[in-house]
Each structure stands twice: as structure tokens, then as C-alpha cells.
Design a binder for this molecule. Structure first.
Ligand code: GDP
Ligand code: IMO
Ligand code: MG
Length: 429
């Protein structure tokens, strides 16, 4: 048996939460390794809907959840999320959740800078979630970030806040935004410490022990390859690496522990925020996809932009993300369309491409090259076996497999946990 890593293969919201929840029944530990509460993962179990941002989705199955060092943690948001899911009946305690002591903290000033900078960008804004993700990762690489372990060292915390505020208050003042007071920040962090520290530990050690004991680890990615800070549609990306390799550096294990990589892709495509989206539809079909797929952001409630499946984009995500197989979700949303289009490449300034080039102007100018397929009249909604699918739906999936140069190993046919078809168990050797 191998470990499994789940990553998004488009621009996020592919249904990672549902797939992680479903696969978590076969895992012992679920680990988040990058991103923060910009993520929104929705899990539907019977009549209950769980919306998770920072907590690993395996908690719903009662599996040990680990938040790795690669995650940026807003302690206030984390505690609020714990309270919220506890009220829904989940058990979150230091026995079920462990947090890397070397993970970075998001402070209120990060969200303030995020919003002030977006406002200053005007028309050219990235459309961030406004949660301070980018500024927190900037502080990490600038070597001035506050980490979870600093909560246990009041003197370290006070000295680090001096350096942090020198930098950020200058910036905030320049942007015309209110500045932060050191004593207030220090007092609020010290007040949070007793609730956060019981969860903190060197999680790399626990993961090493789990590995030796043969336990199965499921790494849960957030965001997606096209939002990766290196490989995505830069600068319209998030501030972390979202590719599978990050599961190792973001949790403190070796690259061999990442195991099999399952990329999640919708049977069409969506994006929230600004940036290029070659197969985006601004017409009635786009509106219909959004309506049928309930395409509203889990975190910000923003309407998601919708378009056809872009096989060239997913093929690229497969290669750079290290994806071994694809879980194709929301196939049911395509039920009833007379015809379906699939993007197979791009036309940019009269030249054709099989991939999306890196240049910002080239990406903005990319026009999709489409293949048209016949739709299906039957329903795929709730299908749990391959045999339940209309022949034309099978043809659509098979054609996608060819175009993206990777097998589709799992299909999802509704938001509900068990409406899933497994073709190949990712944990199997
Ligand atoms: P994530 O960020 O990748 O975890 O995805 P989100 O949870 O933000 O968005 C996916 C949405 O699609 C959620 O509302 C899910 O409940 C829903 N969903 C997941 N899989 C399916 C599916 O196969 N069919 C339908 N109709 N909805 C799905
Ligand atoms: P999940 O895990 C979809 C997008 C934002 C914005 C860009 C940068 O639910 O798939 P950030 O706040 O990260 O600096 O914003 O990235 N974004 C997401 N889009 N799903 C997500 O997470 C996202 N997390 C960030 O909309 O365009
Ligand atoms: Mg989401």
C-alpha cells in the first residue's frame, strides 16, 4: 500500500474536499501541507454539509489531522473553525489534530495589507481572498514571520513583532491604511497561545513514526496547479506551491512519502478571481454551468467564472504537478447538454500552441482551439458504477483521458460522499 497526495488540476474548487473525505476512509492520517484559510472544501455527508478551510478533511471521518509547516495559519480563523465544526458534532482535540510547531502564523496585519494592496491595484487586482495569505508567505521567505512555536516564547515574540511592525507599518502608512500597535498584537497573541499550543508539535516526527509503522498517509492539497506560484497563471496565482512535491517540503517528509498523486479536475472548468481563462464562457452556457454546478466560492461567496473543460491546461497540470491519475468530478453538471466542447490547445497571435505559454500577454490573448463532442440525454447524477453511465458520457471521459495523457481513475457524480465511481484504488500498490 502506498500513500496518496491529492492536488487540484485546474484553478481550485474541483471537489478536493469531497474526494479527500471519500478516500480518508482508507487512510490513517490526513495532512494539509500548503495554503491557508483561502481554501474552502465542502463535504456533504447525508444531511450534513461541512465547510472546511484549515482543518484537514479527514477529520470528518475521525482520522488524525495534521496541519504541516507549509500551511499559513490564522489562529483566530482556526479556533473559529474548530468551534464551528465542534458545534456540528465533530471531535477536534489535541488527540485528533496536530499542528506543525514551525508553521507560519497569519496576523490581522496580513489581511489588512492584502486588502490595501488589492485596492491600490484597482483594475489590475488579483482578486485574492483578502485573507492575508500572500503577505504571510512573503514574511516567511523574508525571514521575519511569527511561527507557532514563537507563541511559547513571549520574549522572542516581542522582539519579532518589533521587526515585523517596522516593515509593515511603514507599508500600511504608505498605502493610507491604519497601522498596528505592538502591545495590542502581543497581548492578543499571548491570549491565543494557550488554545493553540496544545496542538503544536514537530509533526515531522509523528509522520516518520507513522511511516515506519506502515500507516497510510493522505496529503490534502489546497488550491490547484494553475494557481501555483511557479507553474500557474502568474501573477494571478496564490502565494504557495500547490504541486505534489510540496507535500514533502510542506510537512517534513521525503519526496518518496508523497506516494501516488491524484489530480482533481471538474468535467468543465471554473475560476474565482482575476486572470486568464481561455475556455471561459460569457454566454448562456456559462451561466447554465454556474447555475447547475452551484458555482459560488466557499470562502468569499463570489460567483465562479465557468467554461468548457480545457484538456491542454489539465495536460500541462498533469506534467508539472506530477499527477499519476485524475479524479473527474461534477460529470452530472454536464447532463442534458446537446453538445460539449473541449479545449485542446490555443491560438495566440496567429500561432497555435499545445500548452499555455508563460507570458502574461500571451496568456491573456490565448484563444481556445476546440473539439466538439455529442452530449448525452440520460443522467449521470448519483451514478455509482461505470455501467450506470450513458454511453456518450463514457466516451467523453475516455476522450479526456487521451487528451490529458493520464488515466481517469475516479469519477464523482454528485456532492454526496458515496456518489463516486472508483476505477483504480490510488492506495493500491
Ligand atoms: P475544493 O475546494 O476542491 O474542495 O472544492 P469546493 O468544495 O470548494 O467546491 C466543489 C463544490 O462542488 C462543492 O460544493 C461540492 O459539494 C461540489 N461537488 C463535488 N463533487 C461534485 C460532483 O461530482 N457533482 C456535483 N454536482 N457537485 C460536486
Ligand atoms: P480551494 O482549496 C479557488 C484564488 C483567489 C485569487 C488567487 C489568490 O478551495 O480550491 P489568495 O487569497 O490565495 O492570495 O488569492 O487564488 N484562490 C482560490 N480559488 N479555490 C481556492 O482554494 C483558492 N484559494 C485561492 O480567488 O484568484
Ligand atoms: Mg474550494
Amino acid at each position: 500500500m502506498t500513500n496518496v497526495t491529492i492536488i487540484g488540476a485546474q484553478w481550485g474548487d474541483e471537489g478536493k474536499g469531497k474526494v479527500v473525505d471519500w478516500l480518508a476512509s482508507r487512510a490513517d492520517i490526513v495532512v494539509r501541507f500548503q495554503g491557508g484559510h483561502n481554501a474552502g472544501h465542502t463535504l456533504v455527508v447525508g444531511n450534513e454539509t461541512y465547510k472546511l478551510s484549515l482543518l484537514p478533511s479527514g477529520l470528518v471521518r475521525g482520522k488524525l489531522g495534521i496541519i504541516g509547516n507549509g500551511v499559513v495559519i490564522d489562529p483566530v480563523a482556526l479556533l473559529a473553525e474548530i468551534d464551528r465544526v465542534t458545534a456540528q458534532g465533530l471531535l477536534v482535540s489535541p488527540e485528533t489534530l496536530r499542528i506543525a510547531d514551525n508553521a507560519i502564523l497569519i496576523l490581522p496585519l496580513h489581511a489588512a495589507i492584502d486588502s490595501a494592496r488589492e485596492a491600490a491595484r484597482g483594475e489590475r487586482k488579483i482578486g485574492t481572498t483578502g485573507r492575508g495569505i500572500g503577505p504571510a508567505y512573503e514574511d516567511k521567505v523574508a525571514r521575519r514571520a511569527i511561527r507557532v512555536c514563537d507563541l511559547a516564547e513571549p520574549e522572542t515574540l516581542a522582539a519579532k513583532l518589533d521587526e515585523l511592525l517596522l516593515h509593515h507599518n511603514t507599508l500600511l502608512a504608505g498605502l493610507g491604511a491604519p497601522i498596528f500597535n505592538k502591545q495590542d498584537l502581543l497581548a492578543s497573541l499571548l491570549a491565543l497561545a494557550p488554545r493553540i499550543l496544545p496542538y503544536a508539535e514537530p509533526v515531522w516526527e509523528r509522520l516518520a513514526i507513522a511511516k515506519r509503522a506502515g500507516e497510510r498517509i493522505l496529503f490534502e492539497g489546497a488550491q490547484a496547479v494553475m494557481l501555483d506560484v511557479d507553474h500557474g497563471t502568474y501573477p494571478f496565482v496564490t502565494s504557495s506551491n500547490t504541486v505534489a512535491g510540496t507535500a514533502a517540503s510542506g510537512s517534513g517528509v521525503g519526496p518518496g512519502t508523497v506516494g501516488r498523486v491524484l489530480g482533481i479536475a471538474k468535467a468543465y472548468c471554473t475560476r474565482v478571481g482575476s486572470g486568464p481563462f481561455p475556455t471561459e464562457l460569457h454566454d448562456e452556457t456559462g451561466r447554465l454551468l454556474g447555475e447547475r454546478g452551484h458555482e459560488f466560492g466557499t470562502v468569499t461567496g463570489r460567483k465562479r467564472r465557468c467554461g468548457w473543460f480545457d484538456a491542454a491546461l489539465v495536460r500541462q497540470a498533469v506534467k508539472v504537478g506530477g499527477i499519476d491519475g485524475i479524479a473527474l468530478t461534477k460529470l452530472d453538471v454536464l447532463d442534458g447538454f446537446a453538445e460539449l466542447k473541449i479545449g485542446v490547445g490555443y491560438l495566440i497571435n496567429g500561432k497555435s500552441y499545445k500548452h499555455l505559454p508563460a507570458g502574461m500577454a500571451a496568456q491573456a490573448a490565448a484563444m481556445p482551439i476546440y473539439e466538439t463532442l455529442e452530449g448525452w440525454s440520460g443522467s449521470t447524477r448519483g451514478a455509482r458504477t461505470w455501467a450506470d453511465l450513458p454511453a456518450q458520457a463514457i466516451k467523453y471521459v475516455k476522450h479526456i483521458e487521451e487528451l490529458i495523457e493520464a488515466p481517469v481513475t475516479l469519477l464523482s457524480t454528485s456532492p454526496e460522499r458515496d456518489d463516486t465511481i472508483l476505477m483504480q484504488d490510488p492506495f493500491a500498490d
